[in-house]
Design a protein around this ligand. Structure first.
Ligand code: ASP
Length: 305
């Protein structure tokens, strides 16, 4: 079976922005062509997307609601049992590379300051300023939050408020909510691959999904939620993480594949599982198939040797 890689730029990135996904897929495919394994290919692809600046990952990550904190999540997994993840990691341009190095430790997940110290120890500590796009998105988002604040003054909390009211209610950044409002910015990148030896791997990375409280972690670094890889294939998810977690979506899709559901049908079924109006996208690869599915058109690429 030919070596294959699939990449995506997040549910919020339209197909017009797919060139970064194509570049990432080409770099990953080169690794597969050089006989490197599927894990090396997906890490290379995701690192390229983290460096791009347009996607909500790595240097393009969206800011926390205080306008300065960047908390990044990433994970890798392959069909040979390698598994590593980081969550709420700060001051690192390539969280996916840190996640890859965690596969060399006795652990599978490091968070917060411990993850940052680990990154320092392995030479991957690399602070950066939020991108211009992230700063613009932050200003737009705060303007929306301020509107929600003004409109909802005294109103009951509702699910339809997209979390804005609840984020204000439970605000836990060291700076005040009012300071954020007065100052008046989701996405993940991912790759799945099959190498010539028939091994599968997945890598994912995100800057998160505002509005979010300080320390929020969702699907991306959680095994079986935002990602899964095993003997039957590899799956990566993007979208509002809390919904993905509740459905343990990547592992659920993987189970459907094991029971014989064709990949495309399994990805579509996953989308149908989430409430209408919730952004969701998935990529997957099996021994015979490679597909992308999303609720709205999403930047992605599929390449094979
Ligand atoms: N799943 C990511 C998160 O919730 C965001 C996304 O994929 O759009 O952190």
């Amino acid at each position: 079976m030919a070596a294959t890689i699939v990449t995506h730029g997040g549910t919020d990135m339209p197909p017009e922005e797919k060139d970064g996904c194509e570049t990432a897929a080409r770099l990953g495919l080169q690794k597969l062509g050089d006989r490197q394994d599927a894990l090396e290919a997906v890490v290379t692809a995701v690192a390229s997307l983290e460096a791009d600046g347009r996607y909500d990952a790595g240097v393009g990550s969206l800011m926390g609601m205080d306008g300065k904190t960047l908390e990044l999540d990433a994970a890798v997994m392959d069909s040979r049992g390698r598994l590593g993840a980081v969550a709420a990691l700060q001051n690192v341009r390539h969280p996916v590379k840190v996640a890859q190095r965690i596969t060399d430790t006795p652990h599978v997940l490091l968070v917060g300051q411990g993850a940052e110290e680990f990154a320092r120890r392995i030479g991957l500590h690399s602070p950066f300023e939020p991108s211009v796009k992230a700063q613009r998105k932050f200003r737009e988002y705060i303007a929306e939050m301020k509107k929600a604040h003004d409109d909802d003054e005294g109103a009951e909390d509702t699910e339809e408020d997209d979390g804005k009211t609840l984020v204000r209610k439970f605000w836990n950044f060291p700076t005040s909510w009012q300071a954020a409002v007065d100052r008046a910015g989701h996405g993940t990148v991912g790759a799945v691959a099959r190498d010539e030896a028939g091994h599968f791997a997945v890598a994912v990375s995100t800057g998160g999904s505002p509005p979010a409280l300080y320390g929020r972690v969702a699907d991306t670094p959680l095994i079986g939620c935002g990602f899964y890889a095993g003997q039957h294939g590899a799956i990566a998810c993007t979208g509002i993480g809390e919904h993905i977690v509740r459905n343990m979506l990547a592992r659920t899709v993987y189970e459907w594949i094991i029971s014989g559901t064709p990949l495309q049908a399994a990805l579509e079924r996953a989308i149908a599982l989430l409430p209408q109006g919730i952004d969701i996208g998935l990529i997957g690869v099996t021994a015979t198939e490679a597909h992308v599915a999303a609720r709205k058109p999403m930047a992605s690429a599929i390449l094979a040797l």
